[in-house]
Each structure stands twice: as C-alpha cells, then as structure tokens.
Design a binder for this molecule. Sequence first.
Ligand SMILES: [Zn+2]
Length: 212
Amino acid sequence: MRVFRFENEYRKANSYIIDYGSESVILVDLGGPSIDSLVEWLNEKSKKVGGLFLTHEHADHSIGLLKKDLLGSFKVYCSEYCGSNLSNPKRNFSLYSSDVPILDKAISFGAVYDNQTVFINGLQITPLHTPGHSPGCVTYLIGKYLFTGDSLIPGIPIVTQLPGGDKEASERSKEKIKSKINLKTLICPGHGPIVSGERYLSETHSLEWLQE
Ligand SMILES: [Zn+2]
C-alpha cells in the first residue's frame, strides 16, 4: 500500500490518495479549489476512485467536491454530522472565504461510525470518531496509516475556537488517536507532512513509556 499526499492551494490542506494495488484508489479528503494534480495522477496511472473518506466538513478539506465529477463516480463517506453540514456554506465555512467558491452543492454520503470498519474492494478502513475541532471529525485507520484530519497535527495545537469546537473533547480525541500510534504508524494529518509514529512518540515524550 502506498499513500500520496497532495497539498492544496487553499489553506494548504492535504488530500491523500491511497493506492493499494487495486484498479481503484481511495481518497482521504478533497481540498482545492483545483483538483488538477489529483486528476492528472489518476489519468497517468489509469486508476479510478473507489471512494472518498472525509475527515470533516470544513471547506479546506472538501471544496474539491465542487469538481467531483472530474474524478468519475464514487461514494463519499463521512460522519453523519459532517455529511449533514457538508453543503451548508456557514458550517463548511466556504461562505466566509473569498479564496474559494461557495460550497452549497448537495452531496450524498454514506455515514461512518466509530470503530465500525468499512471494506472497499478488500481494503479495511476503520473510522474513529474524534470530535473537538468539529463535532463530526473522524480519524481513519488504514493499515499502518492514520489519517487524522485536523484532530491531530504533529507539532501544531488543534484549533477548537471555531463554531462547534470543543477543547476538552479535542483533548480526549487526541488521547484516543495516540492510543493507536506505535513506532510503525505513519500519521497523515490534514495539514503538513506525514510524520512517523516513532518521531511523534519521541517528540511527545511517549517513547520511553512505550518501550518499557
Ligand atoms: Zn478544519
């Protein structure tokens, strides 16, 4: 399994392609506003999209949905909260930014639930409900990869001041995510580079504890 990170122009949010040897790939988040580099990658490798998993509804992670048709037809998965606020420009915050178009297009979605594993062409995807940054935030565990969205970004404090944010919930979610991190984990956050579990644990002083 290989994971490719695409940094989007808008707020430098990450979109990820997960290539697991099937003719289709899985996407995690779809920022933008341009999705040209994703489309190009897919065309070059002759891959289809087998599904999109959203970490949350904020436009920097979802504005690419306006161009969804360029990627073919596939199902969007996210939490119920994310899905029901995805097309609401006040809740996805696209209303408040002049850098992106308004995201108000109705998007149908399949809801994911905490710890209820989803299989896409044999690929196992485990959603973990990690509220705090937004009530509907989900972290996805796929193999050794953890897609944390804005629920955990190594080295950066989590934003909980936005409407729907909850500092205490965020702290609990961070602990929940940390409990899934081991030396072999690769943390794929919503912003910034992919960070190894080993580096994360040593920088957060959890390594000695883990090795005891
Ligand atoms: Zn966000």
